[in-house]
Every structure is written in C-alpha cells, then in structure tokens.
Design a protein around this ligand. Sequence first.
Ligand code: ADP
Ligand code: MG
Length: 241
Amino acid sequence: MSLIEITEVRKSFGSTEVLKGINLDVEPGEVIAIIGKSGSGKSTLLRCINGLEKINDGSISVAGAQFIDDELHLKALRLKVGMIFQQFNLFPHLTAGGNVILSQTVVKRTPKAEAETMARKMLERVGLGHKFNAYPDELSGGQQQRVAIARALAMQPIALLCDEITSALDPELVSEVLAVVRELATEGMTLLMVTHEMKFARDVCSRVVFMHQGRVHEIGPPEEVFANPKTPELRQFLGVH
Ligand code: ADP
Ligand code: MG
C-alpha cells in the first residue's frame, strides 16, 4: 500500500475542469517534484491532497484512510498532511516560538508546555533554536520560511506538501530553505514539492511529475524526465529541443 494514493481525481471550479483525472501513488519516504506551467493545476492538486479543496470525483487516501467529501474527513486529512506555501503566513504579532506553538494548541489541542517543548525542538531542527523569541519582522524571508517549516513539522505530519516555497525569496535566501528540505528528505520525510528549482529536483527527488493542462503528462525519475523528455510539451517547458 502506498502512503498517498491518488486515483482518477477530478476537480472543477465552476464549469472549468482543472484536474482531469490525476493518478499518483506516493511511497513512504519518496520526494516528488511537481513541475509544469502556471495554471496547469499544481497548486490545486496539493490543496486537494491536503483537504483544502474538495474533489469532484476520484479518491485520495492517505496512510490507508480514504477521504471522502465531508468536513470531518477533510479536517483529518489536514491534520495528517502538512503544507507550506510561497507566502509564509506567520502571525506578525507572535514570536517564532509563538507561531509554532499556536497551531498545535489550537488545532491539535496539545497542552501548552508540551507544545512549547515541541516548538523548541522543531525550531532547532530548522537551525533557528536561537530565534525562539524573535518576531517575524526581525527575521529574514528565509528564516521566516524556516519557521513555517518548523510549524508544519510540529504537527507531526506523515507527509509534507511544499508549494513553491522558495519563489518569494531573494535569491541569496533560497539555499538555506532548500538545505532544510534536503535534510528532511534525508531523514525520510515524504515530500511533494511544486518547485522551479530544477537542480534541486534533479539532486534530491526520486521522481518528477510534469503536469500539463490538469493531467500528469510525464512522470519518472529525474534523470529520465530531465535528460530524456518524451513529449513536445515537456521539451518546450524545459527549453530543450
Ligand atoms: P498552478 O499552481 O499550476 O499554477 P493552479 O492549480 O493554481 O495552477 O490553477 C489551475 C487553474 O485553476 C488555473 O486556471 C486557475 O485559474 C484555476 N483556479 C485555481 N484556483 C481556483 C479557484 N479557487 N477558483 C477558480 N479557479 C481557480
Ligand atoms: Mg501554483
């Protein structure tokens, strides 16, 4: 059984079908890069996996639990699967520590002391143990994104979804965030990441998914997808001829 099983998933907004029958099985510890043009459905796919969007057809199961369209199930899905966004979405009036504590106490109802211990541990893990009491505006963009990663990890997710998490960063701050992701990958975290960092995808990912017009257009190990693209759409996307 795969950790995440996505079967014939369809998603429409109004009359526009954005996901047109997605199939993807993710094994525990896999690191998958999702690439593709803007508008191809990458974010929508991640949002469906995380239960932020309801699917119209097909099924998504995570760790053996099938998720259907009711709120209770979607909430359970959100608890199991962490998500990190391009915008860090930290609460500006809370410290780094406070941000990492809050989701645990609110969403999981973790006791405060336990949540604080976990927050210290996770901030440590992303190299920010010394910034526990710093406010977001005292941190660089890269540090803020690492706090967001710590916050997601504190929820002890079984998989982490990353949606262009370095796209809003100044170029010199990208590598510190990717280094944290690389570390998580090494430790065996299951990761699905929408990314434009092709070198990173090539180095770290077990498989690359190329999405095109709401479908998985090509999928394979990075050395295959990047070195030997089979479709004209992927060749064009990669800029090779
Ligand atoms: P990508 O992340 O690959 O750029 P998205 O998943 O964000 O693509 O979007 C895929 C398509 O779905 C786009 O045409 C986008 O305009 C549309 N879309 C995404 N979210 C919504 C929404 N909440 N309402 C209506 N259309 C949406
Ligand atoms: Mg997107």
